[in-house]
Design a protein around this ligand. Structure first.
Ligand code: PMP
Length: 350
């Protein structure tokens, strides 16, 4: 006998990037936004303290209405959760438990963790040599889940390929989950496919494009049927995943469309400039449609990561065989990007 359940002993948890407590770093390791949230957020939460004695609106009605308006869907097609991690977890329970799920082998590393937690059989489909998703190989089964743009590669799959996957899943009575955590920095989104596919679930986050990683707000958009299943899972777990501050902050943030567009375009401009400089220096970088770059830094990129750390710059390294030569560098301010690009060129090219 053990105190722990068999499940607790068997789980292999997700490892999040370092959140340093003491030293000041240029922090480019967890894909946060370098700019503060919209000023409307501060106003929205300023007077809320007295109301915190009351439970929040469990349906996050105002927030869902705001998300629906900005995305051109109905409020009952929107589900909100405590970070998109929670929305993803609920989706795994609602649509994949007891089934065999296909995901790319290189993608958000929380997917295999949720698969393990919720009794999902997981088949990892190898990316092609150029790190793009092998759609033909994905179509060998369903349901399917993928991040688009993908992480940590940053590469965007065109919507015609998402459509192929949605159709294949629909033909087989299964869900396609598209994690659009980084779509605000990309060319396309799958939202326009929702009117055709009641089996398509799009998951988004306020942590990247809306600079609210500290608030923990994510959402899903999909058909009423899919949203209903997510609500059943939520109400079997925690009726109030989003507190009052988070609902007010996220509502103010998503309605400030101009501010988001401005800060996203600053990030995209800094990304494209860093990409061009690294390429010109002869460094291998994948084309990014996100707020990070995936940069090749030698056979094993760990020493470059350590050298950057000692210079006060944090970036992310993954030690698996396929990824160990690469570093994921979050896009910071224009100034931060000049510093990290200079350092990368010096450390990689000597
Ligand atoms: N999906 C992807 C692809 C991510 O990279 C992340 C960030 N780690 C998330 C989801 C989770 O974001 P959050 O829980 O902060 O909304």
């Amino acid at each position: 006998m053990a105190y722990e359940s068999e499940l607790a002993l068997r789980l292999v948890p997700y490892t999040a990037g370092e959140q340093p407590k003491d030293r000041q770093f240029i922090k480019l390791n967890t894909n946060e936004n370098p700019y503060p949230p919209s000023p409307a957020v501060e106003q929205a939460i300023a007077g809320l303290c007295p109301s915190l004695r009351l439970y929040p609106d469990m349906e996050a009605t105002q927030l869902r209405e705001a998300i629906a308006r900005v995305n051109g869907v109905e409020a009952d097609q929107v589900f909100c959760g405590n970070g998109s991690d929670e929305v993803l977890a609920f989706a795994f329970a609602a649509f994949f438990a007891g089934k065999k799920l296909l995901t790319p082998d290189v993608t958000y590393s929380f997917y295999p963790v949720y698969a393990n937690l919720f009794g999902v059989e997981h088949q990892a489909v190898a990316l092609r040599d150029d790190f793009t998703v092998d759609v033909d190989a994905m179509l060998q089964g369903c349901p399917m889940a993928l991040a688009n743009p993908n992480a940590p590669t940053g590469i965007e799959l065109p919507q015609c390929q998402i459509r192929r996957m949605a159709q294949h899943a629909k033909d087989n009575g299964a869900v396609l989950l598209v994690d659009e955590a980084y779509a605000a920095f990309a060319r396309e989104t799958a939202v326009s496919l929702l009117s055709e596919f009641d089996n398509l679930l799009i998951v988004r986050t306020f942590s990247k494009s809306h600079a609210l990683a500290g608030m923990r707000v994510g959402y899903a958009i999909g058909s009423r049927r899919l949203i209903g299943a997510l609500r059943r899972i939520r109400d079997s777990f925690n009726s109030y995943p989003l507190d009052r501050l988070a609902q007010a902050a996220a509502t103010a943030s998503i309605l400030d469309v101009d501010y988001t567009a401005r800060t996203v375009s600053l990030v995209v401009a800094a990304r494209d400039r860093a990409y061009t400089r690294l390429r010109k220096a002869g460094i291998d970088v994948l084309p990014s449609a996100t707020n990070f770059l995936f940069v090749k830094a030698g056979e094993d990129a760990a020493p470059v990561q350590q050298a950057l750390r000692s210079e006060g710059i944090l970036v992310r390294h993954f030690s698996s065989a396929r990824l160990k030569s690469w570093l994921r560098v979050t896009i910071g301010t224009t100034e931060d990007m000049e510093k990290v690009t200079d350092a990368l060129i010096r450390l990689i090219k000597g």
